[in-house]
Design a protein around this ligand. Structure first.
Ligand SMILES: [Zn+2]
Ligand SMILES: [Zn+2]
Length: 253
């Protein structure tokens, strides 16, 4: 079942359609037309087994194998059920509701008891095993119970510090402080803002990586201020014109 990361966080209910074999409602798995009874197999005498005795130099060897005539059941269906043609089961398509618990992860298996194929007796239904596929999220990446997010900030934000608002997986916003003098690629840990867990009651963490972005275009005022900034900092900056190749690259962006 494909689900979104939000659905994996909150848990959800999904409906799926499956085709499975069910006990034939007409003969209830007996394979015979109602009212008729199967005959005892003449080949094995109803035991379902064939014994073969052979004489070897070690003495008598008894070999037991299932009877081919009756398929090991000891009975021959003489009047097969019309609905299942003597198979005892029929193929049916059914819609099944699946409860997906909060915190499920990619590839997790869920067992829905009794919703699988039926063998050939009442009460012998198998289980339905569902594999969860969590779709990729636009913002968050996930590792176990932890979530990861990238947030772009400007050089002044990194240098002066700032208070940022970050989206959470439950659709809320949390604030966190970027400390003055933060370097690009610094990772902040927001405890308990990650995924719910299927194993424990506490939530994972949200890790926010701040990336300092250099502006691609500057106004002349911005340029002058930056030049002044560089001068005060003691940086000697050579004047560079954008070449033709750079301008073509910019135009293609
Ligand atoms: Zn039947
Ligand atoms: Zn037989």
């Amino acid at each position: 079942i494909p689900i979104t990361l939000e659905e994996a966080f909150n848990g959800c209910e999904k409906e799926i359609k499956i085709t499975r074999s069910e006990l034939c409602p007409t003969c209830k798995g007996s394979k015979s037309k109602p009212g008729s009874n199967p005959e005892t197999c003449k080949v094995c005498g109803g035991t379902g087994q064939i014994k073969e005795v052979s004489n070897t130099f070690l003495g008598q060897m008894v070999n037991v194998r299932p009877c081919r005539e009756c398929g090991g059941t000891g009975k021959i269906i003489t009047d097969p059920c019309d609905e299942c043609h003597g198979r005892g089961s029929v193929r049916k398509t059914k819609t099944i509701k699946i409860e997906i618990p909060e915190g499920v992860d990619e590839g997790n298996h869920l067992r829905v008891s009794g919703e699988g194929n039926n063998g050939d007796k009442e009460g012998l239904e198998g289980d339905l095993i569902v594999t969860v596929h969590v779709k990729k999220h636009k913002q968050f990446t996930r590792e176990g119970d932890h979530l990861y997010l990238e947030k772009q900030i400007s050089f002044p934000q990194a240098a002066l510090g700032d208070v940022l608002s970050i989206p959470t997986i439950e659709g809320k916003e949390v604030e966190f402080k970027v400390t003055p003098g933060t370097q690009s690629e610094t990772v902040y840990k927001l405890r308990g803002q990650g995924m719910n867990s299927v194993r424990h009651s506490s939530r994972g963490n949200l890790y926010v990586k701040v990336v300092v972005v250099v502006p691609k275009k500057l106004s002349s005022k911005q340029k002058n201020l930056l030049k002044e900034f560089a001068e005060i900092s003691g940086d000697e900056i050579q004047h560079v014109e954008k070449g033709l190749f750079d301008r073509v690259k910019d135009a293609m962006k």
